[in-house]
Design a protein around this ligand. Structure first.
Ligand code: GN1
Ligand code: MG
Length: 360
């Protein structure tokens, strides 16, 4: 993506006059993101925006994301998203090659330390508020932007099917992780089978709740979630799980030393307490009882996704060194091992933290 292409895209927006600077921002592993700053020397003013090109090999129909966003916004304002309209009055711009772009106001975020238990509580509360905001929104009205996103058994089938075509080198490198994925396959259906059989209800879920997607004030108060690309129908337990696998790991997703991995139960507990501060009495009992399994299934699924991508020659996730996806998978699977050891404790916590739901 050259700078000229970006300028061509920006020409479809009415930006404040002045000089324009464009910088690439690293962050997500999927979309391309740029910070756009316009500055006017006339009145010394500056405006900041974020320009994103939606990855159309991951999101096969990127327009559906934008249609979902429009539906969500017209139901209730999303604090973390201020989309700028094009000159044609749309919230996205489709380039000649079919790529979809969107321009948003830049919202400042402040770094937080995940080892601060109040940060964990705040992040849990933010997810609760998102669920609560769309609790009555008809989830059937949202497009499924990625089919079977958390259908872990289908992801397992896909993983299994590509083993045949994986190069012998990669198969050999990933031998232990493949074995682990196969041995733990029974975990894959923990949540989806409950959804499909009606034990737990479908809800509007965010599906990318990692801590990096929570906006914080400089005082460490969570403002809201951001990154709404994967908002779809799902189980609330998946949202809790996705947050916990990133927040309650002693190390970040990109850690390379497996020995440093551990599951920090107190972060999980504080996160769940924050979530319960909004959702106790709102969730159904079966949903409360599914939350710890959500953590287990998402750690398994994320490991499986990284592993699958490694076996598939790194087509999905951005990588910056050769075995990165394999290492990422190793870290997630190690986290899962640690979670399984503390599974009973996690179940006890969820019983304790939702008294209104569980007694009513
Ligand atoms: C992707 O691009 P990013 O970082 O927001 C992925 C998530 C994964 C995450 C792992 C659409 O999110 O599901 O959990 O990487 N998003 C998609 O870091 O696949
Ligand atoms: Mg994302």
């Amino acid at each position: 993506m050259g700078i000229d292409d970006l300028i061509t895209v920006l020409a479809h927006y009415k930006l404040p006059s002045g000089d324009i600077s464009i910088k690439s921002i690293k962050g997500g592993r999927i979309n391309r993101t740029y910070k756009v700053i316009t500055s006017s020397q006339l009145d010394n003013s500056e405006s900041q925006f974020v320009l994103q090109m939606v990855n159309s090999s991951v999101f096969k129909k990127p327009e559906l994301i934008m249609k979902n966003l429009d539906r969500l916004i017209s139901y209730s304002k999303l604090k973390g998203l201020d989309l700028i309209s094009t000159n044609e009055g749309e919230h996205w711009y489709k380039a000649d090659d079919g790529s979809i772009y969107r321009l948003m106001k830049f919202v400042p975020n402040y770094p937080v330390a995940s080892n601060n238990l109040n940060v964990c509580f705040q992040a849990g509360r933010a997810v609760g508020e998102f669920h609560r905001q769309y609790w009555k929104f008809p989830y059937e009205d949202l497009y499924e932007v990625i089919a079977g996103f958390h259908d872990t058994p289908s992801r397992f089938k896909y993983f299994d099917s590509i083993l045949e075509s994986t190069s012998p080198e990669r198969l050999a490198q990933a031998r232990l992780e493949i074995k682990f994925a196969i041995e733990n396959n029974s975990l894959a259906s923990l949540i989806i089978k409950k959804l499909v059989s009606g034990v737990i209800p479908w809800r509007v879920t965010h599906n990318d709740t990692k801590i990096d997607n929570v906006l914080f004030t400089s005082g460490g108060i969570a403002i809201c979630l951001i990154d709404f690309d994967t908002v779809m129908a799902g189980a609330v337990a998946w949202d809790i799980g996705d947050a916990i696998r990133s927040l309650a790991n002693n190390v970040a997703e990109e850690e390379t030393n497996i020995e440093k991995v551990s599951f920090l139960y107190y972060r999980f507990y504080s996160y769940l307490k924050g979530y319960a501060s909004v959702m106790d009495g709102v969730l159904e009992p079966a949903e409360v009882m599914s939350l710890s399994d959500g953590c287990i299934v998402i750690a398994y699924e994320q490991g499986l996704r990284f592993l699958t991508d490694y076996l598939n020659n790194d087509q999905y996730y951005d990588t910056s060194y050769p075995n990165q996806n394999l290492i990422r998978a190793r870290i997630q699977f190690e986290l899962l091992r640690h979670m399984l050891v503390q599974r009973k404790k996690m179940e006890t916590a969820q019983k304790e933290l939702f008294p209104k739901t569980l007694s009513g």
